[in-house]
Design a protein around this ligand. Sequence first.
Ligand SMILES: [Zn+2]
Length: 345
Amino acid sequence: MKTIYSPKHSDHWLRFEYSGGQAKPCFEKPDRVEFVKREIQSRNLGEIILADEFSIDYILAVHDKSYISFLQECWAQWSSEMNPELDAIATVFDRQGFMSTSEPKSIEARLGKYSADLTAGLGPNSWNAIESSAHVALSGAQAVLAGEKSIFSLCRPAGHHASEALMAGYCYVNNAAVAAQYCLQAGCKKVAVLDIDYHHGNGTQSIFYDRPDVLVTSIHADPDREYPFFAGREHELGEGAGKGFNLNIPLALSSTSWTEYQQALHKSMDAISTYQPDILIVSLGVDTYENDPISHFKLNSNDFERIGKLLAELRLPSIFVFEGGYAVQEIGVNTVNVLQAFDSH
Ligand SMILES: [Zn+2]
């Protein structure tokens, strides 16, 4: 399996993240992708190709124009109005919605408008990385449409928590959604997104919630106990024309090992088989790993091979889009275990 990559991912890094009332060093850091890249090379998964450039229109096909302008402009405005030695991060939110239709002027208000919470900030060159990450996903879609059986888009930053006009959970542009929309514009009739990151793919769900042309299914930690908390429950089935095309499978945090996980995976795969998509997009997070520092599932490294082997049974052209995973020593092993097992079955 070939991998699409962009060195521009390292332009995005932040000084701190905030959780549990504390500023902490970031779990989401450039090393993550470099560990995966090294493992791909050492195990000869396949060629690593640099991403192509694409028109911004492919990002705007999924995201709100004023939100993307904000992502592009944020740092310049932050560094003139605020302290450029610190990350641009939201502190205020328009929860009552009085400003919902107008563009705020100050950068603090703009950050509040376009942030779902305090889990996504921006640095001096973050946009370079955000845009390149979407290009990595688009290049993957382009390759599969041109005949590759499967491809790995080594995206960073991740995308699945980003919705049409909100950044959240280390995510800014929803790479999987941009790739799905690209496939539809290229002539595919139906695309399935399977999100196997530990966290619910709330951004992807939100983007396609009222649409029947993208089936979104996510297996994730119970949102009663885990981020993103406000979405990811079984009763969220889609709405309008999209009703019946969203499938959430939340699992208990600390008691989920392979036994429970494989049942959920079979259920998602059954829904995908019934849907008969032209292309499968896998939002591949490996934070389901037992030693992940921010997660609680109990999958071991062998289980990631089992995931790859099972997904291969769908026999669909597949784009793997990289999402989360924070145990940096094992992130490469677990990711390549999925991909290599998929490739050899
Ligand atoms: Zn995650």
